[in-house]
Design a protein around this ligand. Structure first.
Ligand code: AMP
Length: 113
């Protein structure tokens, strides 16, 4: 069965797509926690970061590069942005398909809650 984010990648569930290529896509988060909040997901259904394998090394790099490029395209480079990957219960993960959050457009607090 496809994950929610595989369905978004495949266009079966609507989303505001910001970038799509053969390995990943970026789309606006449905419940934004900052003026700009988007997710970068791999096409491959890796459940979470800790389950990625060495064979995913270049894919993981591609996801990070895409996060930075889309952030730049959206004008976040100068003011700054944050990337977050939640793994498991304590991490706050709710969708079991690896995703990088990118948040920007306001001052973000540290440490996170
Ligand atoms: P996490 O809690 O790290 O697993 O993040 C999951 C994120 O997916 C949350 O920020 C949700 O708001 C977001 N999300 C869930 N469903 C959708 C959807 N259909 N379209 C866009 N974002 C979604």
């Amino acid at each position: 069965m496809k994950t929610l984010f595989e369905k978004i990648y495949d266009g079966e569930i609507p989303a505001e797509i910001l970038h799509k290529d053969e390995l990943c896509c970026a789309f606006a988060d449905i419940s934004p926690q900052a003026p700009t909040h988007f997710l970068v997901i791999p096409r491959k259904a890796i459940p979470r970061l800790g389950e990625a394998t060495p064979e995913d090394q270049s894919l993981l790099g591609h996801l990070l590069l895409t996060a930075g490029q889309v952030a730049k395209k959206l004008g976040l480079s100068e003011t700054g942005f944050r990337t977050v990957i939640n793994h498991g219960t304590h991490g706050g993960e709710t969708v079991p398909h690896l995703h990088i959050h990118v948040l920007g457009g306001r001052q973000l607090d540290w440490p996170p809650g």
